[in-house]
Design a protein around this ligand. Structure first.
Ligand SMILES: Nc1nc2c(ncn2[C@@H]2O[C@H](COP(=O)(O)OP(=O)(O)OP(=O)(O)O)[C@@H](O)[C@H]2O)c(=O)[nH]1
Length: 381
């Protein structure tokens, strides 16, 4: 999970939106393959225009060289960037600038089919801006508009109208197919956008689950699933504050299993663990949802009972004690009774956390000394 968080922070620093796909080598490879295929497709169409006698052979050849140059240049740039800890995974703006420069160069070399290259700029732009922040996309847009205007300005006047009139039927078909291919790439782009959105949603869901799991790990005991001490103490503090503000009453119990060491010694630590889990399940089944049960130490538990008087807590603990004592233990510890002792107290407005815990501890001590398998309550006085 830390990788995800680090990558999020990295993109936040760079100003780029986090790339929703998995980062690293594979993403770049996919990107360069897509760029290569796009250049190759355009080169094929240019070769057809050459075949029809509309352009020089040098243009498709130059186009192929530009495609190869793009791939080589960015393969190298990624390596150097990695070594320097570059933040933008795909060097998006640089890749866009390079691809757009190639198209504008082609407009200058073959102005009669310039609409084709201008459409490709649209594809490059739509693709690149998928991973740019709004500010950077706007800057890219301004730069692209300016460079395109300058390039068109440079052309002889008969070429400034961005419409080409096909000379014959074959050329009309070729122009049609070329434009169909651009439209198809737009379609693929849309599909890609949908894919990214889906992955983003999946990643978000996974992240939420991971955060929830981390929260759960931080606040619950791994063995029994009860709250842990770390999570319980703030709850108790909160209840003490409510009592101090006169908003409610609250009771607390410290619960300890009797002679648990003997369970471990006679039946093994693993059985001891199973007993602990079953004790927690048994106790939880007898409690209200508002009661909070935490594993306070090895075989010691803290039970917080909000909106409960001492007298009510005594009833609750007697129910808990009886439930554990009467639980079916034969399968785990044959012939061995599992019982608990509990020390109960109530929270007084003048109490601090330590006072309440000390009182619960004293009453638990009394329960143990009184013969175990019993509950003793010690009110504030
Ligand atoms: N199986 C298991 N045992 C644990 C765990 N945590 C603590 N214990 C054991 O619990 C036992 C507690 O023993 P003691 O503190 O002597 O208390 P006791 O034997 O229950 O005796 P009294 O509390 O006086 O009734 C020790 O043997 C610990 O090793 C745990 O997670 N799993």
């Amino acid at each position: 999970m830390s990788t995800v968080l680090e990558s999020g922070a990295k993109h936040a620093r760079s100003g780029a939106l986090p790339a929703p796909w998995e980062g690293g080598h594979r993403t770049r490879l996919t990107m360069l393959v897509a760029v290569g295929v796009s250049y190759a497709l355009d080169a094929v169409f240019l070769a057809c225009f050459w075949w029809l006698g509309r352009i020089e052979l040098s243009l498709p050849l130059l186009y192929v060289a530009a495609g190869l140059g793009h791939i080589l240049l960015f393969t190298l740039a990624f390596r150097i960037g990695d070594a320097r800890g570059q933040r933008d995974l795909l060097l998006t703006e640089w890749q866009m600038a390079a691809a757009i420069a190639v198209q504008l160069g082609a407009v200058l070399l073959a102005p009669w089919i310039k609409a084709y290259f201008l459409c490709i700029i649209f594809v490059v732009f739509a693709f690149g801006t998928l991973s740019l922040s709004v500010r950077r996309a706007l800057l890219m847009w301004l730069g692209t508009c300016a460079m395109t205007a300058l390039t068109l300005q440079w052309l002889p006047s008969q070429h400034t109208v961005p419409v080409s009139i096909p000379a014959n039927a074959r050329e009309a078909v070729l122009v049609g197919v070329a434009y169909a291919s651009i439209l198809l790439r737009c379609l693929l782009l849309n599909h890609y956008g949908t894919l990214l959105r889906t992955r983003l949603i999946q990643r978000q869901r996974k992240l939420t689950e991971e955060v929830e799991a981390v929260h759960r790990l931080a606040s619950h005991d791994l063995l029994t699933g009860a709250l842990n001490r770390h999570a319980m103490l703030p709850l108790l503090e909160g209840q003490i504050q409510l009592v101090q503000r006169g908003r409610q009453v609250c009771a607390l119990a410290l619960i300890d299993l009797d002679h648990f060491k003997r369970v471990n010694d006679n039946h093994g630590h693993l059985t001891g663990d199973q007993v602990l889990c079953r004790v927690v399940d048994t106790m939880a089944a007898t409690l209200r949802p508002s009661d909070k049960l935490a594993r306070y130490g090895g075989e010691e538990f803290l039970l917080l009972m909000p909106a409960t008087t001492l007298a009510e807590a005594e009833v609750v603990l007697e129910r808990v004690r009886a439930a554990v004592a009467l639980q079916h233990w034969q399968d785990l510890v044959p012939g061995w009774p599992i019982t608990l002792s509990a020390g109960i107290t109530n929270v007084h407005p003048s109490d601090r956390l330590d006072d309440v815990l000390a009182r619960a501890d004293t009453s638990l001590y009394q329960a143990k000394n009184g013969g175990r398998n019993r509950c003793v309550s010690l009110p504030w006085q």
